[in-house]
Design a protein around this ligand. Structure first.
Ligand code: TEU
Length: 540
């Protein structure tokens, strides 16, 4: 083993502050609300919180458009609240992992306000400006949020690059002063005692727009080494890069300890398995997940990094639909399927991430019209696809399948109005199913999904086999996902039926101990008929 770091046995919890807990009645979550819920998170047993951006922002992309990296968004509170959150979390042995969004800033950031003043402004080169080509945009690079990635600036007659919204101009990472300013800001937060950074679309900072290179550019790893050396490499902290295009080979370049870059990356190969492949196809072009693809992809990631990298493990985040609705069964088998996905993921090798509400089996919230949709990505796509001839019904179906609002409906604390999230009008609708699905009910029910997550986290803390054990996929029926973990003289067998039907399962293994289950596990598992969504982990 090349390294033995705290974050290799940690379990992280992602908070989307806007939707977590409001304490002022303005309908938006805030830092005080997070502080008030730390006891709940300590009870769950998590060891670190990934905090989605809390910096000053006009909220064009809900905080992923930052106008001041060293001050707190008005709706969320003050820097004193932030300092208190870091301290209160630390007193519970919970670290705070900040969201580092440095591929772009808000267009209201002082740097861009200056840069827009003219070509000779000292901040002009903090961003990517290009002259028109034949009176048009420099090239056909497109934004993730639809349309061209180039926005024309009348005053200077030039275009600026934005791979996301027009209000999120890309920083020019070839500019050494930009890199220096980012490092200074990171050290500001490290000196406050944060536990590390989640790095937003970090694979894009090596982009070469003129060659239409965006992800994994030639200087990307040079920049990361430089950043590591100048900032987090001097602390015992963790870093996780959001790298949509990572393959295992690329992941090793980010997370091999000998390369002194990042601790780990989020890879998204499994996230793309239920979308149509091919040119011009996007997440919005839905196709059913094949469980054999999920088995193949996740097993590949479990076995191909070796000690040259480290896995992150997740089903959900603030950009993804909720797994129990997407790949489970949030109707007849919501509890069983949510627990099955939890057992499947949390017995694997790597650092697991729980997204707020996942631990109580929160679900997607389908809409019937675009007027109910808040997310800029979905709204922009809606208008673009309408103009391309898609029907409203087709587009709403795509949004209900993959829209980011599904993950952003307010956290469901109890069965009172607005689920105890706010006393005011919530910024985004609360799912009416909060009457049944809420934290208060979950804590009162010893068979709730919450206690499955709590037990899984405890199993990881108590058993090195979960953190360090080898992984081997078992040959089973397509919709049965089963694997074995081995470490020193221990062997654990994980079996999950990821379907609404009964499935046959055979093994010559004998149970020594049932570690966790979502329904009664027979004593003899040699020739089993697994019930729909049945899942268990046993020592054999
Ligand atoms: O997401 C990166 C990103 O590209 C996602 O927006 C993803 O592509 C999309 O949701 C699905 O197509 C990060 C943040 O997680 C996201 O919330 C931000 O909107 C985005 O970067 C820009 O900062």
């Amino acid at each position: 083993v090349k390294q033995n770091k705290w974050w290799q046995s940690a379990v992280l919890y992602q908070i989307y502050p806007r939707s977590f807990q409001d304490t002022t009645g303005n309908g938006v979550g805030d830092l005080r609300g997070i502080i008030n819920r730390l006891d709940y998170l300590e009870k769950l047993g998590i060891t670190a919180i990934w905090l989605s951006p809390v910096y000053k922002s006009p909220n064009d992309d809900n905080g992923y458009d930052i106008s001041d990296y060293e001050d707190i968004m008005d709706e969320f509170g003050t820097m004193d609240d932030m300092d208190e959150l870091i301290e209160e979390a630390k007193s519970r042995n919970i670290r705070i992992i900040m969201d580092l969004v440095v591929n772009h800033t808000s267009d209201e950031h002082a740097w861009f306000v200056e840069a827009k003043k003219g070509k000779d402004n000292p901040y002009r080169d903090f961003y990517v400006w290009r002259d028109p080509v034949n009176g048009e945009a420099p090239n056909d690079l497109t934004s993730t949020f639809s349309g061209s990635a180039w926005e024309f600036d009348e005053a200077s007659g030039q275009y600026y690059l934005h791979l996301f919204s027009k209000k999120q101009p890309d920083l020019n990472w070839e500019n050494e002063t930009v890199r220096q300013k980012v490092n200074d800001m990171m050290n500001f937060w490290l000196e406050k005692g944060v536990g590390g950074f989640r790095m937003d679309v970090i694979d894009l900072i090596g982009k070469i727009p003129d060659e239409k290179i965006t992800g994994n550019g030639p200087k990307l790893h040079e920049y990361l080494k430089e950043m590591n050396e100048a900032t987090f490499g001097n602390y015992d902290v963790m870093t996780v890069g959001e790298t949509w295009g990572a393959t295992p080979e690329i992941a090793k370049m980010y997370s091999d300890p000998d390369r002194h870059e990042l601790s780990m990356v989020f890879q998204f190969e499994h996230v793309g398995l239920d979308q149509e492949r091919g040119e011009g196809k996007h997440k919005w072009d839905l196709k059913p997940l094949e469980m054999k693809d999920l088995k193949e992809v996740l097993s590949k990631w479990q076995t191909s990094l070796g000690d040259q990298g480290w896995n992150s493990l997740f089903w959900n985040n603030h950009d993804l639909p909720r797994v129990v609705s997407r790949w489970g069964n949030d109707k007849e088998y919501r509890v069983e399927s949510a627990k099955a996905f939890a057992i499947l993921l949390h017995m694997m090798k790597g650092t697991p991430y729980i997204y707020q509400g996942e631990e109580i089996g929160m679900t997607n919230y389908p809409v019937s019209s675009i007027d109910e949709v808040e997310d800029i990505e979905s709204v922009n796509m809606y208008h673009e696809r309408l103009s391309l001839g898609f029907t409203k019904e087709e587009i709403i179906t795509s949004i209900n399948g993959k829209g980011r609002d599904n993950a952003r409906t307010p956290m469901q604390w109890d069965k009172t109005e607005n689920a105890g999230f706010t006393t005011g009008t919530p910024w985004l609708h609360v799912n009416p199913n909060h009457k049944e699905i809420n934290v208060e009910s979950a804590l009162e029910d010893k068979n709730s999904i919450f206690y499955t997550y709590q037990k899984l986290i405890q199993l990881r803390k108590d058993n090195p086999i979960v953190v360090w054990g080898e992984y081997e996929l078992q040959e089973t029926a397509d919709k049965v996902f089963s694997y074995v973990r081995t470490y020193e003289n221990k062997t654990w067998l994980v079996v999950t039926n990821l379907s609404n039907e009964e499935q046959a399962f055979k093994t010559d293994a004998k149970i020594k101990e049932v570690l966790i289950e979502n329904m009664a596990t027979p004593k003899d598992i040699s020739n089993l008929t697994l019930k729909p969504w049945q899942a268990f982990a046993v020592e054999i």
